[in-house]
Design a protein around this ligand. Structure first.
Ligand code: SAM
Ligand code: SF4
Length: 352
């Protein structure tokens, strides 16, 4: 298992297969993208990436976008990662094209599907996504469940729009036999534009209080230290990244953008490794794979938590508790450590 200088493992790959989308969500962070026009990577490119990352010990990949189902070859890409030994393969989709794709996705080997559902009210759904497609998305969720695919509903909490509906969406999903990810609005992309007006922690705190009372069991996942509350066999997971050093301390993720660049963090744009140059070179497959491995290892050395504690105080206790190493050799000086949540709470733009 590869670890970074802060003791965090590199275990999960988040792949944006396209920047194209058939929705226009008011909060979309586009996975930190918006890179203009470029050639998307091919199935063969992804096959080499799957081989390189699997040799590095990665076992979990998530496909996202834009809207990943706009790629008609997504099933082939999934199949390729499966062939290279990936054990958990999931996608996050807006669900519009899901009704027609569930069988193929199941056959390709998808482990579960996250379906974004930010409202159960038709007009609200349209206001948030720009598309009158609530029924199609609900149909997609049902089709996936009928085909025996695990579904996790993603809901982004928006002050003044759907904050009164979060519990209802949770109950809807659990009632259907799905799980739920309740997501705090992130100040990236369009999310940054509406952050001051729409970000609120209150609904999440309310939900947490309720879950603490009614859940059968609570777990804290390694990924982002996310709390997960079980209600029967399904669960509600809370994703609370904003100004949260505990979240960053558990970041085991590497990101690949649709134009072929690896990034360590959604908030960091300058630090990256451009694998598209390697993939487009005239080298042999084996040399390309070796160069991708080297590029990722170099990038891993530069990974650092975006939100950090004052390590002199809380972090030491926490990291010892989590059983991971405290920091690097030559621990950064206290003066250099950043705690940016104040900037975020003030609605000021984040620096990368
Ligand atoms: N198009 C697909 C979808 O909407 O599910 C996949 C791409 S989308 C960028 C991935 C996930 O990020 C979705 O669940 C979406 O709701 C969520 N998301 C987008 N912008 C966000 C933001 N600013 N803050 C928090 N979550 C966001
Ligand atoms: Fe498209 Fe997903 Fe962004 Fe909405 S959140 S605009 S569906 S990529």
């Amino acid at each position: 298992m590869i670890r970074d200088a802060y003791g965090r493992s590199l275990a999960t790959l988040r792949v944006s297969v396209t920047e194209r989308c058939n929705f226009n969500c008011i909060f979309c962070h586009s996975e930190g993208a918006g890179r203009g026009s470029f050639d998307e990577l091919s199935v063969n490119d992804y096959d080499m990436i799957a081989e390189a990352t699997s040799r590095l010990g990665l076992k979990y990949v998530k496909f996202t976008g834009g809207e990943p189902l706009l790629r008609s070859d997504l099933e082939e890409i999934i199949h390729s990662f499966k062939e290279h030994g990936f054990e958990e393969i999931s996608i996050t989709t807006n669900g519009f094209l899901l009704p027609e794709r569930t069988e193929g996705l199941k056959e390709a080997g998808v482990s579960w599907i996250n379906v974004s559902l930010h409202s159960l009210k038709r007009q609200r759904f349209r206001r948030i996504t720009g598309v009158d497609a609530l029924n199609r998305v609900l149909n997609g969720i049902e089709k996936a469940l009928e085909n025996g695919i695990e579904v996790r509903v993603n809901v982004v909490v928006l002050r003044g729009i759907n904050e009164d509906e979060v519990e209802e969406i949770v109950k809807y999903a659990i009632g259907k036999g799905a799980s739920v990810h309740v997501i705090e609005l992130h100040p990236v992309g369009n999310g940054a534009h509406i952050f001051r007006e729409r970000h609120s922690r209150e609904p999440i705190e309310r939900l947490k209080k309720w879950l603490e009372e009614v859940a059968d069991k609570k777990e804290v996942r390694e990924l982002h230290n996310r709390p997960r509350y079980y209600l029967g066999k399904n669960f509600v997971e809370l994703i609370e990244p904003v100004g949260n050093p505990y979240f960053c301390a558990g970041c085991t993720r590497l990101r690949l953008s649709a134009d072929g660049k690896f990034y360590p963090c959604i908030n960091v744009y300058q630090t990256h490794f451009d694998a598209s140059r390697v993939l487009r070179s005239g080298e042999s497959r084996e040399i390309k794979i070796m160069k991708i491995i080297e590029g990722i290892l170099e990038l891993n050395d530069k990974r650092r938590p975006y939100y950090m504690w004052n390590l002199d105080f809380e972090a030491k206790g926490l990291m010892v508790k989590k059983g991971i190493q405290v920091g690097r050799i030559g621990l950064p000086k206290r003066a250099k450590l950043q705690f940016r949540s104040a900037r975020v709470r003030e609605g000021r733009p984040l620096e990368a």
